[in-house]
Design a protein around this ligand. Sequence first.
Ligand SMILES: Nc1ncnc2c1ncn2[C@@H]1O[C@H](COP(=O)(O)OP(=O)(O)OP(=O)(O)O)[C@@H](O)[C@H]1O
Ligand SMILES: [Mg+2]
Length: 107
Amino acid sequence: MKLAVAGKGGSGKTSISGTMARLLARQGHRVLAIDGDSNPNLALTLGIAPERMGEMPTLSRDMLTRTESGGATLTQTLDEVRATHSTTGPDGVSLLIMAHPHHAGTG
Ligand SMILES: Nc1ncnc2c1ncn2[C@@H]1O[C@H](COP(=O)(O)OP(=O)(O)OP(=O)(O)O)[C@@H](O)[C@H]1O
Ligand SMILES: [Mg+2]
């Protein structure tokens, strides 16, 4: 099962995503959560300490390659990406982070 959560700012996307991920993991499902927010904070909801966030590698562009049909495909298996880039929370949810902000821009 794949679930994508999107919606307007501050509507509870992170809270509900993290809660669902933890409940599914507690029930014995293998859960991989992907934080696609440019200012990621799903780790906190998953119970992962903020100090661990800094050491987490983000996903690089060269992990994707174009297919002849114009789509995109992974250059590694999902298990390889999980092994090298994810961290695991207290309920067993694995987390991947797409990007970290490197500097603040002007508003
Ligand atoms: N069901 C709820 N009842 C009351 N407060 C809630 C509920 N769900 C989330 N909140 C609170 O609303 C705020 C926004 O929630 P959350 O960060 O999950 O939203 P978001 O959609 O991920 O926001 P953003 O767009 O900034 O990423 C938080 O302070 C959160 O604690
Ligand atoms: Mg959010």
